[in-house]
Design a protein around this ligand. Structure first.
Ligand SMILES: NC(=O)c1ccc[n+]([C@@H]2O[C@H](COP(=O)([O-])OP(=O)(O)OC[C@H]3O[C@@H](n4cnc5c(N)ncnc54)[C@H](O)[C@@H]3O)[C@@H](O)[C@H]2O)c1
Length: 462
């Protein structure tokens, strides 16, 4: 498929970003974007803002920043809004979350104070450990969806927006499996009208978004859009969707390390992961039913990376355990410990220990920014349905049911960059490099390498 920028409509006008769930991650994201816009901070961790993409042959030295190469929305054109069960402005939410210090967010205090969440669609059956302060007083789920559709329209008009995206950043809902009601639109809409207990708030937001033609991504592990009804609806309405569960912390480490072990044919006999976490997310996950949702999402990555069916001797018998303990003194500054029991030559055992003192929302905020910008790009490029090339950002990537999800971070990264190249009509890179050694020596198409590369080349010749 040869595509090019002509097929991508330009990022003209303002992009509305609607977020159900305006807590720690959302307030950290908005504070960060506002600080970056004022040139008071740098967007470290963001692929769209900081990463370069190699184009063509190595000697061409074409490595533009992704944000300059792809027609992405400019940060100055983002307008944030959303819903929460608490009325806190984004300034109060950021102070309560305690991820960034009051001094750090002082320069953007006014911007954060101007953003207030709208009353939420909430159902305590799906998130047990929270007491709501502002919710829509509507008892019927279809009526709740219609109220959200109205909110979306009003937000678009009020802020004079040309486009919208929605990202679920609300608390993790209890675990539910897809069932008949999540199969097709007719049954799902019947379920909405009849208040089916199998329809969660995150699904009602997703339905409202898609009915309004708004792309949707799920940053949490709950089922939400990962069901046939939403995949069909997205295809029918020509909307891109992506999910689920932002890939941060311990799972990020797993998807970095496991592909390395596998590539060297080192076996695994056990992987024990435990975390302490003291933010509101940790409090919600203290409910076993919400934790079950998170556990499912965290557990799935190793098997799909290690392929025990192909390598039974190496990976069919490992013991995998994941724990999260709510420990309030730690706030958002999570600490994770991994003990990994591996074996090598002649089955000799070895161990790896990881102690990751990370900051949950600091890792999640740039991921969320990239998802927002790529989802909008996908919409303008005419991509619809599941956006597998965005798996890079998710712990439990949505995928076609007959395909294995790709969890290897490095393959996900290649897939993401090659998709951008395809969209731009650039050559897809397979990194084999074989063509450099076949036929006559290719002559550089553009200026010779900049200094650091030249130096390295000389060293090699010696
Ligand atoms: N921080 C990370 O590294 C990370 C990584 C992966 C996934 N996540 C997921 O992202 C989500 C947000 O994380 P967080 O740390 O910001 O949590 P948080 O508790 O600080 O924020 C979640 C917000 O969602 C609100 N909420 C709950 N139900 C809602 C509803 N029905 N409608 C609107 N708002 C609702 C809560 O009131 C809360 O303010 C969680 O589900 C979490 O599991 C976070």
């Amino acid at each position: 498929m040869k595509t090019n920028f002509n097929r991508i409509s330009p990022a003209k006008g303002r992009l509305g970003v609607l977020i159900p769930g305006m807590g720690a991650v959302t307030s950290t994201l908005i504070a960060g974007v506002e600080l970056v816009k004022k040139k008071l901070a740098r967007p470290f961790g963001s692929i769209t803002q900081m990463q370069r993409i190699r184009l063509g042959k190595r000697y061409e030295n074409r490595n533009p920043l992704i944000k300059n190469f792809m027609p992405l929305a400019d940060l100055r054109d983002l307008v944030f809004g959303g819903w929460d069960i608490f009325e806190d402005s984004m300034h109060v939410a950021a102070l309560k979350a305690g991820v960034l210090s009051p001094e750090q967010i002082l320069p953007v205090k006014e911007e954060l104070r101007s953003i207030h969440p709208m009353p939420a669609v909430f159902d305590k059956k799906f998130v047990k450990n929270l007491k709501p302060k502002q919710i829509k007083r509507l008892n019927n789920k279809m009526a709740q969806a219609e109220a959200l559709i109205e909110d979306i329209q009003n937000f678009k008009m009020r802020h004079n927006l040309s486009r919208l995206v929605m990202v679920w950043c609300g608390s993790t809902e209890i675990f539910i499996s897809p069932s008949a009601i999540h199969e097709n639109l007719q049954d799902f809409e019947k379920g909405l009208k009849e208040n089916s207990a199998l329809i969660s708030p995150s699904m009602i937001y997703a339905y409202a978004a898609m009915k309004s033609g708004v792309p949707f991504a799920n940053g949490a592990p709950n089922l939400s859009i990962d069901a046939p009804v939403f995949v069909h609806l997205a295809e029918e309405k020509r909307i891109p969707i992506a999910g689920k569960d932002f890939k941060t912390g311990q799972t990020l480490m797993k998807t970095i390390l496991a592909p390395g072990l596998k590539s060297r044919m080192l076996g695994l006999s056990g992987w024990y992961s435990t975390n302490i976490l003291g933010n509101r997310d940790g409090e919600v996950l203290d409910d076993p039913k919400s934790f079950r949702t998170k556990e499912k999402s965290k557990m799935s990555v190793l098997d799909t990376i290690l392929d025990p069916d192909l390598y039974p001797e190496l990976y069919s018998k490992y013991h995998h355990k994941v724990r999260i303990d709510y420990y309030p003194p730690r706030g958002d500054a999570k600490e994770g410990w991994d003990n990994i029991d591996i074996f090598g030559w002649l089955k000799m055992p070895m161990q790896i220990k990881i102690n990751f003192l990370c900051r949950d929302s600091i890792l999640a905020a740039p991921v969320m920014l990239d998802i927002i910008l790529f989802l909008d790009l996908a919409q303008r490029a005419g991509l619809k349905g599941i956006q597998e090339w965005m798996s890079f950002f998710f712990k439990s990537p949505m995928h076609r049911p007959d395909l294995k999800p790709e969890n290897d971070l490095f393959l996900q990264h290649i897939k993401l960059k090659n998709t951008l190249r395809i969209l731009a009509g650039e050559e897809v890179l397979d990194h084999s490099g074989l063509d450099y050694y076949e036929g006559p020596k290719a002559s550089p198409k553009v200026a010779p390498s900049p200094k650091p590369y030249k130096k390295r080349a000389k060293t090699c010749k010696k």
